[in-house]
Design a binder for this molecule. Structure first.
Ligand code: PEP
Ligand code: MN
Length: 265
């Protein structure tokens, strides 16, 4: 299989606009759950850049559990985020939910995210195999490692080698946390596959106070990067994910600590 270590013994390094993802490089992606307004995404981009991160995250199309919840601002959001990323010298990552929107998302964003609910949306995966932009594929919340790697295989088999895997928590019997961040997934996936492994401690816990310790645990376990939700006004954010979003100063402090930690591991 194309995703396997046997096929490709060396770590895959993905490169976008001079930023390297994989191998020894630690990439940090930060930003809101959803793009809301130009002012919001611009201010958050400024803070993400100042903290030392390389990638701005933000959803323009949101995969909400209920149909009456805020669904994202759509293509306008892609444009707002592209402007903010360019202005502050950050790469951008955004979620794409359907094959029809892959081209427009790829036009405005540097990295395309496949959400946990779409890990086995095979038409979407096939379409992502036909482009060259990096794809961050999130693990389905009930997917085994084998199912996860097979989902990545769909993209690779289509001809796009720029795939990173993202552990974002799985569903367990525990209800205190939103999901259970499966830290073992990090070394296991890195042993089975050459693809970069990114950890998402925000969705992986659903609780702001757990994001810092689980970010550090992920880096200690060998993660190639983190994707972390941060908001300037989490209590009034447009999705329910404010409860798991860091305040800007927490985000900045986390990155300072990670720098020290990364030099130790
Ligand atoms: C997100 O990144 O905001 C998101 C919806 O993630 P997930 O697909 O992991 O729930
Ligand atoms: Mn979110």
């Amino acid at each position: 299989k194309l995703a396997s270590r046997e096929f490709h013994p060396d770590d895959t390094i993905i490169e976008s606009k001079g930023v390297k993802i994989g191998g020894e490089h630690l990439v940090i992606m930060g930003g809101p759950c959803a793009v809301e307004t130009p002012e919001q995404i611009n201010e958050i981009a400024r803070l993400v850049k100042n903290a030392g991160a390389q990638v701005l995250r933000g959803g323009a199309f949101k995969p909400r559990t209920g149909p009456y919840s805020f669904q994202g601002v759509g293509v306008e959001g892609l444009k707002m985020m592209a402007d903010a990323g360019e202005k502050h010298g950050l790469l951008t990552i955004t979620e794409v939910m359907t094959p029809e929107y892959v081209d427009v998302c790829a036009e405005y964003a540097d990295i395309l995210q496949v959400g946990t609910r779409n890990m086995q949306n095979f038409d979407l995966l096939r379409k992502l195999g036909t482009i060259n932009k990096p794809v961050l594929l999130k693990r389905g919340f009930s997917a085994t490692y084998d199912e996860f790697l097979n989902a990545a295989e769909y993209i690779l088999a289509g001809g796009n080698p720029n795939v990173m895997l993202c552990e974002r928590g799985i569903r367990t019997f525990e209800t205190y946390t939103r999901n259970t961040l499966d830290l073992s997934a990090i070394p296991v996936l890195q042993s089975l596959s050459h693809l970069p492994v990114i950890s998402d401690p925000s969705h992986g816990t659903g609780r702001r106070e757990l994001v810092e310790p689980m970010s550090k645990a992920s880096v200690a376990a060998g993660a190639n990067g983190l994707i972390v939700e941060m908001h300037t006004d989490p209590d009034n954010s447009m999705t329910g994910d404010g409860v798991q979003s860091l305040f800007p100063d927490q985000f900045a402090n986390l990155l300072k600590d990670l720098e020290k930690l990364a030099s130790l591991v």
